[in-house]
Design a protein around this ligand. Structure first.
Ligand SMILES: [Zn+2]
Length: 101
């Protein structure tokens, strides 16, 4: 069985139609399920919150995968071709460096 592998968050330049369906996680080989999630997309210093994003989420490790068309759509929103519905303020909290046992 070959698993089409594409990185979790590639940036832009998606042209091909390859890797349409990810059925297993390339990292842990577990099943993925299609879910609607909220996703924060970082673009430079800006963050974009996408809601109702169709994604494939690994049942085991929680890794999230987006189809090329979803990534392309997110790119279009980020680049301002499509306007957002609302803007929310996101508190940014810098966590202290804790010694992790
Ligand atoms: Zn996984």
């Amino acid at each position: 069985m070959t698993t089409p592998l594409y990185p979790p968050l590639p940036r832009g330049e998606l042209s091909g139609e390859e890797a349409e369906d990810v059925k297993t996680c390339p990292f842990c080989k577990s099943d993925v399920e299609i879910k609607k999630i909220s996703h924060v997309h970082k673009w430079g210093d800006e963050y974009y919150l996408f809601e109702n994003v169709k994604a494939e989420v690994c049942r085991q490790c929680g890794e999230v995968f987006f189809s090329p068309e979803i990534l392309k759509l997110m790119d279009e929103y980020v680049k301002g071709k499509k306007s957002s519905e609302k803007t929310v303020c996101i508190p940014v909290i810098k966590m202290p460096d804790l010694a992790v046992a």
